[in-house]
Design a binder for this molecule. Structure first.
Ligand code: C2E
Length: 177
């Protein structure tokens, strides 16, 4: 892992062309950014893999086309947030959301979705790393990932990535040590 301080707006901007190609003709990808996004510290390639995977999954959930929204936002949690069995500590986060308008994920599958080897795809159909790998990368980054979905209502994956609180110089120093 080689973490660096990243501006999500830049990172997503560099990835946008590739993502547009990945989603194909029938799916429209809309990227939007929130104001005052904090920097984060993450392995850039791994973060790109995470976003690519979530976008490819969103595409695959809409075989006859639709819209994917990739959104970033700044979030300050004044108190810890409990969700599923996770406890997201209070603090500043950059949030990344990938939202599709697909068929949605049945409730009984939602709890298993980040487990290794769980897939709803047929053999040979899975294109990406799988959500368990996505989950692993998010955990390595000190972040969290949650999914909201209901049959017929599409799915939203939300990443909470802790804001990086050091200065650029401190970080450059840390990298050389
Ligand atoms: P769990 O998956 O059974 O994990 C139990 C504990 O094992 C975790 O406690 C953590 O200390 C460790 N652990 C599990 N997977 C990983 C991993 O991939 N990397 C690392 N570094 N450690 C791992 P923790 O963090 O307090 O989480 C408690 C429970 O909360 C987890 O049980 C899981 O059910 C849920 N959870 C934690 N983080 C997330 C998240 O980002 N998204 C979702 N949906 N659930 C989460």
């Amino acid at each position: 892992l080689s973490p660096e301080v990243l501006d999500l707006r830049d990172t997503m901007g560099e990835l946008a062309h590739l993502l547009d190609r990945l989603v194909g003709e029938r799916v429209k990808l809309r990227i939007s950014h929130g104001d005052d996004l904090p920097p984060i510290r993450a392995d850039k390639r791994k973060l790109e893999q995470v976003v690519m995977n979530l976008v490819v999954n969103a595409r695959d959930a809409m075989p006859s086309g639709g819209e994917i929204r990739l959104e970033t936002a700044a979030l300050d949690l004044s108190t810890e947030m409990r969700r599923d069995r996770a406890v997201v500590p209070a603090g500043a986060y950059a949030v990344v959301r990938v939202r599709d308008e697909g068929e949605g994920i049945p409730p009984d599958r939602l709890t298993k979705i980040f487990e290794p080897f769980f897939t709803t795809k047929r053999p040979g159909e899975g294109t990406g790393l799988g959500l368990s790998t996505v989950y692993g990368i998010v955990k390595q980054t000190g972040g969290f990932i949650f999914v909201d979905s209901a049959p017929g209502e599409g799915s939203t994956f939300t990443l909470y990535l802790p804001a990086y609180r050091g200065g650029a110089e401190t970080d450059a120093l840390a990298e050389t040590q």
